[in-house]
Design a binder for this molecule. Sequence first.
Ligand SMILES: [Zn+2]
Ligand SMILES: [Zn+2]
Length: 149
Amino acid sequence: MTGREPTAGSTRGAPVNCPRCGRLAPTLVRGQCPQCLREEHDQLRRVQAFLVEHGPATAEEIAAQVGVPVERVLRWMREGRLVATAEPMRCRRCGRPVRMGVLCAVCRVELAAAIRQLEDALRSEPPPLPRPKRRRVRREPFPNRFDLW
Ligand SMILES: [Zn+2]
Ligand SMILES: [Zn+2]
């Protein structure tokens, strides 16, 4: 989501008190002053970054981990700015439900072992040397023979 420019208030008049922070603002955008709006935007970005890194979390977990009020997280969910996933994420490899990340614990272990095996194999076996290119000798069809008497 790109930063949307806060739409300038259409009512140009007396400054208003922001209901959130009480500051005097020339206009209110979405019911709050531009400063609160920016703050909220920053928080949302942090929450999104958290979710990308840790996978799905409950509103309470998000609030605790990111340091954002729970009500705010819930409101973002209502507004569709955060997607609430009732379903746990599925492991990309085997489809088992996972709470965090993209792979389940089993697959993570298996994958790590596979990678280690691969690394060992690469270490023990010197990479094959590039084979010298053999010029393919094209055998001409046997020439017609001319016999001289
Ligand atoms: Zn404010
Ligand atoms: Zn898995």
